[in-house]
Design a binder for this molecule. Structure first.
Ligand code: GDP
Length: 471
């Protein structure tokens, strides 16, 4: 995973070493208890790895004079964290002071973990050997490497050794999903009965698009129909339409047949890359629409919102008539097609708030209006799904978000994110090491998700957070 984590008891010079490797001049020296920044990360570009300093982790922030017990607890938290995240651990000890009981405790934990550990003896500023290497050897963590973070002694040697351990050439980007861009893009329509799913399907599968030679295969009950689409750039994109029998919400299930057809639709969602959620231009966003959108969100699928039957709205305004929108649709006081569209969009943002940034397309199965745009949006979302979020930027963004709007205190304690990294793409998965999982409220989770979607331009793609509590 190309993550290198620095551990060691306070004052051995971890953050100096971090700054040197990260080629930063000086930042906060948080190696003193009390100054906390939890975990600090930097992307080391020439080495292709992420470097973490855990020096602030486990300290409460207000304890000036720490007892040995408190120091030990904090160090254990840091080492735990390192063992869980690191490919390689840099264990720093103080060459001038020699080994302490806490060093021994840390060494014991590291030996037990079977992780790759590089023992770094810091503050070996000069050749005079105040540094007792024999002692360091006794830690049972292999050959110690003498460095001086302060003066840069053995810096290049340390860099080389790190690369030797984690491998110089970054591994071939591990495929995080089953897809490559040459695979057909699977889409499906979900929505209430009569919003126009079948009509939109027929529209997509018309004439030039449908690949007739290919016999529709079946995937777990859902039918999959291949077709091709010429994108905006003139490129042909292979697609598959996964056909569903239409989702019914739980409460409306009348018969076993309906029950099974619902299951089928859920399967369809699972196999889909991008979901088209179809709404009716006249009905507005209904309760049932929300429930159906929820199914897609539960699977963390990217969503394109299609407002179908736009031809009706357009014709009405052309004729100077009222489009007769449903009274329960939260769309009022419109005076033009443009205005109606704006108000419809607003009602989507208000009631489908759990799909951050999903594109909204006003279309018509009947006239074919904007149907290409729907497919272009799907292509775009599919491309977004390949986004890699660099660890340092990810953490900076989360820091920024939590500083801008701090998490609410739950039972006197706030959610606190120590460190995050992306672990997957389809769907986006972000692992967050935090104080306690249960301190993240659903509302705050959504706030973080929306903030990240915004920062990394992941519009329409939900993010799954995997929380690992460390307290
Ligand atoms: P499904 O149940 O979601 O598959 O909906 P259908 O595709 O069967 O469509 C339901 C009704 O809406 C049919 O009478 C269609 O002709 C009509 N319909 C579907 N799309 C449009 C559209 O874009 N414009 C208009 N005016 N009618 C549509």
């Amino acid at each position: 995973n190309r993550t290198v984590v620095i551990v060691g008891r306070p004052n051995v010079g971890k953050s100096r070493l971090f700054n040197r490797l990260a080629r930063k001049r000086i930042s906060i020296v948080h190696d003193q208890p009390g100054v906390t920044r939890d975990v600090i990360s930097a992307d080391i570009e020439d080495g292709g790895y992420t470097l973490l300093d855990t020096g602030g982790l486990g300290f409460k922030g207000d304890d000036g004079n720490l007892s040995l017990a408190a120091l030990t607890r904090a160090s254990e938290t840091q080492v735990d964290f390192a063992i869980e995240t690191a490919q390689l651990i840099l264990f720093v000890i103080d060459g001038l002071e020699g080994l302490t009981a806490l060093d021994m405790t840390i060494a014991r934990m590291l030996r037990k973990s079977k992780k790759d550990v590089l023992l770094v003896v810091n503050k070996a500023d000069f050749d005079d050997d105040k540094v007792d290497l024999a002692e360091a050897y006794r830690l049972g963590l292999g050959e110690p490497l003498r460095v001086s973070a302060e003066h840069g002694r053995s810096e290049s040697y340390l860099r080389e050794e790190i690369l030797k351990r984690i491998g110089t050439v970054p591994e071939v980007e591990e495929a995080t999903g089953p897809k490559t861009s040459a695979d057909p893009l699977c889409v499906c329509f979900i929505g209430r009965p009569n919003v126009g799913k079948s009509s939109l399907s027929n529209r997509l599968l018309r004439s030039d698009r449908l690949i007739v030679s290919d016999v529709p295969g079946t995937t777990r009950d859902a039918i999959s129909l291949p077709f091709e689409f010429k994108g905006r750039n003139g490129k042909m994109y292979p697609f598959r339409l996964i056909d569903t029998a239409g989702i019914k919400t739980q409460t409306k299930l009348a018969s076993p047949v309906e029950y099974f057809s619902r299951l089928r639709s859920l399967d369809a969602i699972k196999e889909t890359d991008v979901v088209f959620l179809v709404l009716d231009a006249i009905d507005g966003v209904t309760q049932q629409d929300k429930a159906i959108a929820g199914e897609a969100v539960k699977e963390r699928k990217p969503i394109v919102i299609v407002v179908n039957k736009w031809d009706v709205v357009r014709d009405a305004f052309k004729k100077g008539e009222d489009p007769n929108c449903a009274p329960e649709a939260a769309i009022h006081g419109f005076d033009s097609e443009r205005d109606y569209r704006k108000k419809y969009e607003r009602s989507i943002f208000d009631s489908l708030f759990f799909t951050p940034g999903a594109p909204v397309i006003f279309a018509s199965a009947m006239s074919g209006y904007e149907v290409d745009r729907m497919l272009n949006a799907a292509v775009q979302l599919n491309r977004i799904l390949d986004t890699k979020m660099p660890t340092a930027k990810l953490n900076k963004t989360i820091n920024y978000l939590t500083e801008r709007t701090p998490p609410p205190a739950i039972g006197g304690k706030r959610f606190r994110a120590y460190y995050a990294l992306q672990t997957g793409n389809r769907p986006f998965r972000i692992k967050i090491f935090c104080n306690r999982e249960e301190k993240l409220t659903e509302q705050y989770r959504r706030y973080l998700e929306a903030g990240l979607v915004d920062a990394f331009e992941l519009n329409g793609c939900p993010i799954y957070f995997e929380l690992v509590g460390k307290e």
